[in-house]
Design a protein around this ligand. Sequence first.
Ligand SMILES: *Cc1c(COP(=O)(O)O)cnc(C)c1O
Length: 432
Amino acid sequence: MNNMLINALGQLPELYTELDANDPLRNFRECFCIPIDKSGKQSVYLSGNSLGLQPKTARKYIEAELDDWARLGVEGHLHARHPWLPYHEFVTESLARLVGAKPLEVVAMNSLTVNLHLLMVSFYRPTKERYKIVIEKGAFPSDQYAVESQLKFHGFDPSDGLIELGPRDGEDRLRTGDILETIDREGNSIAMILLGGVNYYTGQAFDLRSITEAGHRKGCIVGFDLAHAAGNLVLQLHDWDVDFAAWCSYKYLNAGPGGIAGAFVHERHSLSFDLPRFAGWWGHDKDTRFLMGPRFIPLAGAEGWQLSNPPIFQLAALRASLEIFDEATMPMLREKSVRLSGYLEQLLKHINTDRIVIITPIESEERGCQLSIRVKNADKGLFEAVTGRGVFADWREPDVIRVAPVPLYNSFEDVARFAQILSECLNVRLDR
Ligand SMILES: *Cc1c(COP(=O)(O)O)cnc(C)c1O
């Protein structure tokens, strides 16, 4: 948001009308069910980083599978309008586009933490000299538990085996230079780097390409948890040469609670059948799977990591959502996202108080859509006042409100309403 635009179009808080009118993606909001607040108005839904909204087509797509199940029973595996046997393949191309991968490199399966474990079985191969795992300090707890349990599983002590990258004293965010320097310094003892694409707490987006390069220079495996990056940032996992990645699909991907997750394995590992892996029949060669033979013959690529036949209703919801992403396209979404979060940032700066500190980086390359707002001397009462007025947001102790304006369904008006409500709950003016 530059000042010239603001001056040309009017005062910042009223600017949303023009911004929404000129938004080429504004009609996508219509594709989603927006929760209604107490007064009967559409809520200001800024929790898409936690649970994305329901695409209106999700119900139709799930109902189609319920109908085919009722009509066909077991025959649905072959004769449903979208046959269940290959159903996961219907989302492959879209998933590949979404994360910048080849279709061979992605698969929809399981849930996120399960996929992290399955991928670590193959890609965390510690030796006596090279066994450490690099994560973010204050990583999402599930990731922390997962890597610590992997270390213990291989006989290592997490207090020695875990390298946690933390911000410098008095700072909130990691410096890219510090990350790269740690990898360079400790690289020979590092087996695997596993960072989030975007930190769930601060909203900081990491430089995945540079981190991958730095890790590979030192012979480390580099994987990413993209829970807060998939559907939020433009990703190029193939070109960045990332070894593996996993993400959930109920946050920015709007595939519903407990939705089926995604996994990426780089093409160069697609035929690495010598890697240890935990096997199940859905990872078996499709042509001979139903011969039910005793010997496991893995599929090439990410599909070879599947275990079970997948949940079709969850896949149906994911298919509904990914069709919308294909229509909107990630580059367009990202372009709006930068403007939408930029507008919110400007509005927050116009709230007449010195209690607000945005701990998310200000540079757009270093963040996704989420802004994490520290309100000094605030307690949960402030958050409750804000949410009581029809805002969906998220509170993190001790003093941080996380909001995620999502370019698919949030409007500039949503953002303006949030800033207005926050300023009123703080009993201060939103300056024009
Ligand atoms: C949301 C999230 C999870 C959740 O894991 P599930 O296995 O889907 O329950 C894990 N890690 C990160 C970084 C997340 O943001």
